[in-house]
Design a protein around this ligand. Structure first.
Ligand code: NOJ
Length: 733
């Protein structure tokens, strides 16, 4: 029991804490404004001293070449340099800039996407964890290792929403959902930037929706979809403070993004208030001539700068043409000055002018530390999705006395990475074979390649089939390696590449149960495999600790907890595919013609968004809302009991979907609006509460105006898209 006195004391104390917090915040805000003013004054002073060439130099991002661009740096004609990873080279680049007239430091950029030395799972794999703190931690480690090499800036995160796995860059994003994508975008920006790097959220915008799934191809996205689906992750990344933005290669709605003032100035700067700088993609300014909106490089450069592209990545079009364009009066000096200002602002905010060069001798000790590897292991464990587990064949039981491990990938010492600009040797990955041998005590483990790592050539095919016949269980590690994934790796079929489907058929034909371990950069079409193999583990490419994490799951040391963030199609003909479709006037009822169906394939994906199995099971009950009516400023708390009803400990991703059944426009049949991830011991029940802001329930119209329409919203909570616990929320006018 509290006495009146203690209550008053507590009230006074919390008032004090509140005041302290707000006073502190106000203090920080004032200090921030002072800093901002000091930065702008410093930029004014620099601009006043700069020649046109020096100004354009700041807009010039050079790539790594055989010869260091020392003369250009000394002449003040380099604003940034990319893909340098040797701290000694970076120090030499910085030194040359210090020898220039104005001593403006270059910003050193790199695609530090999911690793530099310690590799984390591919971003699409990380996303499958739905574990935001862990994703933030992973980006932070990548950032810290990059910073230890002298890198200031990463060309990440890629937040392009992607619904068509034919597109090879699917692996670099978070999947098909705007809400999940937005949360992951902000986590990754925070992770990089708290490591001291500037993030570059990319590719602005709609690059993940190229027609036909073919990279660099045009995208056509109606305004409603642009705002509801493709922009939310960018908005979230900008709110999280992403210091730079990368413009996309492609043309959106007929206008190349690199030349689009509507996107880069009106939307990005005026509507979202972005104050950092925009970098082009690789030579995408020069490519405006190929897009057919500029007759030559000078016009391309002019259009890009006037649209709002501040820095020219690699192409050299700015350096080559802008001084002449400015002198001829075709570009106002104030436009050039503004671009320079934005770049200098980022450099000053990063503290580059005062930043000491890294000591190359110290770099190595900061890479692949036990703590980074521990984080990589934790991330890998949570990025592996169990898609099928017939008869609970996994984890491998004591009855399994012999195992055939098949596939060159199972013996790789390096996990496939995207991208690998650092080219640093990565030999420290434990092979899957070794990790299996370590755990399969008492069982005979035999290995044969069957196929090469690229999947295109049989190697040791007969021995692979022979050892499969001799074993109780076949573990086949197959997938996409080599040139099969990433930028420019678009595909029209999504089968396992090369001869792998044939090998898989032959393995299945031995009659032995097959556990298929997939290392891919995207969802493949697994229709045949799903009908014939016993288990499927989707591991993407899981990084330095990935193979060990896979074995931990195969042997039940860890229960899988990841869930898909992209629908896995049954057939390429279903693409593009996503769960949040609109209802149709002709829904599928009895599957007959004149209903919205395919004659030759089901409508549903093979594995829907939000799907993943575990070694335990979870039951949901007692869904409740903190209020059944809400104003638009309210946040409703949605609560549910989640119980682990299996025999093992496990983590569960709780998914919250909404639907507005009647509105002024058709609304998606389900939309993710919240989620949580919880760890539960066997038999344990936890009440999980997920905040649902009413303000998040709206949508954009064809002019880009956002509104929450009053009325009933159905809320569904559960462990998958099929979540069937439901409650109704009435949003008042
Ligand atoms: C092209 C890619 O589209 C972009 O994402 C990347 O950052 C640059 N190349 C630099 O490597």
């Amino acid at each position: 029991m509290f006495t009146m006195k203690t209550r008053r004391l507590r009230a006074a104390l919390s008032a004090l804490i509140l005041c302290a917090a707000s006073c502190l915040a106000a203090g920080f805000a004032a200090a921030q404004m002072r800093d901002d003013r000091a930065i702008e004054r410093r930029i004014d002073a620099l601009l006043a001293r700069m020649t046109v060439e020096e100004k354009v130099g700041q807009l010039n991002l050079v790539g790594r070449q055989d010869e260091l661009p020392l003369a250009l740096l000394r002449a003040g004609k380099v604003g940034g340099a990319m893909n340098y990873i040797d701290p000694r080279e970076i120090a030499a680049v910085r030194k040359a800039a210090r020898e220039s007239r104005l001593k403006i430091p270059p910003i050193m950029g790199l695609d530090a996407v999911h690793g530099i030395a310690t590799y984390f799972p591919l971003p699409l794999g990380q996303a499958a964890s739905w574990n935001l703190p862990l994703i933030e931690e992973a980006s932070n480690w990548v950032g810290r290792e990059a910073a230890a090499m002298g890198i200031d800036w990463t060309f990440a995160p890629m937040v392009d929403v992607t619904r068509d796995p034919r597109w090879g860059r699917t692996l670099e994003g978070a999947g098909e959902d705007p809400f999940l994508g937005a949360r992951i975008a902000e986590a990754r920006v925070r992770g990089y930037q708290t490591a001291g790097l500037a993030a570059s959220v990319k590719h602005f915008v709609g690059y993940g929706a190229p027609e036909g799934g073919r990279d660099y191809n045009s995208a056509w996205i109606p305004t409603e979809q642009l705002f509801d689906i493709y922009l939310p992750p960018f908005e979230a990344a900008l709110k999280a403070g992403s210091m730079t933005v990368m413009a996309a290669f492609h043309a959106l709605n007929g206008m190349p993004a690199t030349g689009s003032r509507a996107l880069l100035t009106d939307l990005l700067r005026k509507r979202y208030g972005f104050r950092g700088f925009v970098v082009s993609d690789f030579d995408s300014i020069g490519e405006l001539t190929l897009h057919g909106i500029a007759k030559d490089r000078a016009e391309a450069a002019r259009k890009a700068l006037l649209a709002g592209v501040d820095m020219d990545m690699f192409g050299g079009a700015y350096m080559e043409t802008l001084p002449g364009e400015v002198r001829a009066g075709r570009i106002p000096t104030r436009v050039l000055d503004e671009a320079v200002r934005r770049i200098l602002r980022v450099k000053l905010k990063l503290g580059l002018f005062e930043k000491p060069d890294v000591d190359p001798k110290k770099t190595e000790a900061a890479l692949r530390t036990p703590a980074a590897r521990d984080a990589a292991r934790r991330m890998a464990r949570e990025s592996i999705i169990l898609l099928k587990n017939a008869g609970d064949i996994l984890p491998v039981g004591a009855g399994v006395k012999s195992i055939a491990v098949i596939g060159a990938l199972a013996r790789h010492e390096e996990d496939r990475v995207w991208t690998d600009p650092a080219g640093i040797p990565r030999k420290e990955t434990q092979t899957l074979l070794a990790a299996i041998e370590e755990r399969a005590k008492g069982a005979v483990v035999r290995y044969a390649k069957g196929v090469d790592a690229c999947g295109v050539r049989y190697e040791e095919r007969e021995s692979a089939l022979e050892i499969a016949r001799q074993s109780d269980l076949v573990i086949a590690m197959l997938g996409e390696d080599c040139e099969w994934m990433g930028e420019g790796a678009s595909r029209t079929t999504l089968d396992l590449p090369g001869v792998q489907p044939d090998l898989l058929r032959d393995l299945v034909a031995t009659g032995k149960p097959v556990a298929l371990v997939l290392a891919t950069g995207r969802p493949l079409v697994l229709t045949w495999a799903n009908a014939h193999v016993a288990a499927i583990l989707q591991t993407f490419h899981a990084g330095t600790e990935g193979r060990t994490a896979i074995a931990e799951i195969l042997f039940g040391e860890v229960s899988p907890s990841a869930k898909t963030t992209m629908s896995f199609p049954r057939s390429v003909g279903q693409l593009p595919l996503s769960y949040d479709v609109l209802p149709t006037g002709r829904p599928q009822k009895i599957r007959q013609r004149y209903e919205s169906i395919y004659l030759d394939e089901a409508n549903e994906p093979l594995f829907p968004f939000g799907f993943g199995l575990s070694f335990t099971r979870f039951a949901y009950a007692n869904l409740s809302l903190s209020q059944s009516r809400a104003g638009r400023a309210d946040t409703v708390s949605v609560s549910v009991d989640v119980k682990n009803i299996g025999e093992r400990a496990g983590q569960e991703i709780v998914e919250l979907y909404v639907r507005q059944p009647v509105a002024s426009r058709s609304r998606p049949i389900r939309q993710l609006k919240g989620f949580a991830k919880v760890s539960l011991a066997p038999g344990e029940t936890r009440r999980v509460s997920i905040p649902l802001p009413a303000a998040s329930l709206g949508f954009h119209d064809e002019t880009g105006r956002y509104a929450v329409e009053p009325g009933r919203f159905d809320i569904y909570v559960g462990g998958s898209l099929a979540a069937d616990l439901t409650a109704a929320l009435e949003v008042s006018p």
